[in-house]
Design a binder for this molecule. Structure first.
Ligand SMILES: [Zn+2]
Ligand SMILES: [Zn+2]
Length: 350
């Protein structure tokens, strides 16, 4: 009993000393300075030494809200060069948290011009400008992409000028502000200077979107296909034959129909009905992966993105008996495919 009392007194004393210390300005200053150094010192560099094809999901959700997730964004790293496919809302914040070096980002590629695939382009412009981009931000996209970038340039023209005047021409030069928009042509390789890299765009069907692309990326024998938003029209399957990784969007008709039954407004009910006719069903994504002999299927832009284990199980229920090598991506899911072997390593950036 006596020992217990001594022990409890000791705990209380340590707690009180701790509380007093946290109120001390000197202790607060020391802790804060260590924290700031950790945040800014880039202690875990994004790039590593291994020569590989890497995919990092920088936005895993569709426009339907899901806590802790950004809208569509897929980062592909080939060697030291980075290409980012789509930039939905919240994705640039993720890229900042992952400490992606913007000077290594060679281009942004937009699959189609729905807002959930390009809303963060202005933030990408700012962050890459701050980190020393030496030319306007390179953006590939469907026909009309130049109207999007021109619109952003107009909307942010005052912002560009304020920042240039405040920080100076040397830090944020006006000559590199803005975008360099180039239209994607079906089946024509995206020009790049990364040795061993091929980026092949192909048309997918996301009607009434009149121009929408998927991409096949090949790097020194490793391959990934990104579906973008599409119905199952055969094109993703055609380009996914024997690839390592298929990053596919998918809809659960079962869950969307359940949501319709409890939709709070007729408008939301109608939208939940309409979206069912221009996305690939989860079971179709599984069939594509199976029939194309894909090594692994990574689901992103899930509609709706599961919020817990039960919802995830129901979402993937239609895949039972069709295809088993799948993963539901989170923001930060990373897939590493080293050059020279067949390994596929899946982990998460924390
Ligand atoms: Zn979308
Ligand atoms: Zn879309």
């Amino acid at each position: 009993m006596k020992k217990l009392l001594i022990f409890l007194s000791l705990i209380i004393a340590i707690y009180l000393i701790g509380q007093l210390a946290l109120n001390s300005h000197t202790v607060q200053d020391r802790i804060l300075n260590i924290g700031l150094k950790n945040i800014l010192s880039n202690s875990e560099p994004f790039l590593d030494k291994e020569d590989s094809l890497k995919v990092v999901i920088c936005g895993s959700r569709s426009p339907l809200p899901s806590p802790g997730r950004a809208e569509s964004c897929v980062l592909v790293e080939a060697g030291d060069d980075i290409y980012i496919f789509d930039m939905g809302n919240g994705s640039v914040n993720n890229l900042q948290e992952f400490q992606v070096p913007w000077t290594n980002v060679k281009a942004v590629l937009i699959t189609h011009m729905h807002s959930d695939h390009m809303a963060d382009l202005p933030d990408a412009h700012l962050q890459s400008w701050i980190q020393g981009r030496n030319s306007p931000l390179m953006v590939y996209g469907p026909v009309g992409i130049n109207l999007v970038t021109k619109g952003f340039e107009l909307a942010y023209s005052a912002d560009y000028q304020y920042r240039n005047e405040h920080h100076g021409e040397e830090i944020l030069p006006m000559s590199v502000s803005g975008f360099n928009a180039v239209e994607i042509i079906d089946n024509e390789l995206i020009p790049n200077d990364t040795p061993g890299l091929e980026i092949l765009p192909f048309v997918v069907d996301h009607h009434p979107v009149n121009s929408s692309f998927g991409f096949k990326v090949s790097y020194k024998g490793r391959t990934v296909v990104i579906s973008g938003d599409t119905i199952h029209d055969g094109s993703v399957q055609k380009y996914s034959q024997d690839i390592d990784l298929l990053v596919h969007s998918a809809i659960s008709i079962d869950i969307v129909e359940r949501m319709r039954k409890v939709a709070p407004t007729p408008q939301f009910n109608k939208i939940l009905f309409d979206i069912q006719d221009y996305h690939t069903k989860i079971e179709e994504a599984g069939e594509i992966a199976r029939d194309a002999n894909v090594k692994h299927l990574l689901i992103y832009h899930s509609i709706p993105t599961p919020r817990n284990t039960i919802m995830e199980r129901v979402f993937f229920r239609p895949l039972e008996g069709i295809y088993e090598d799948y993963t539901l991506s989170d923001d930060g899911t990373r897939v590493v495919m080293p050059v020279g072997n067949n390994e596929i390593v899946i982990d998460k950036i924390n």
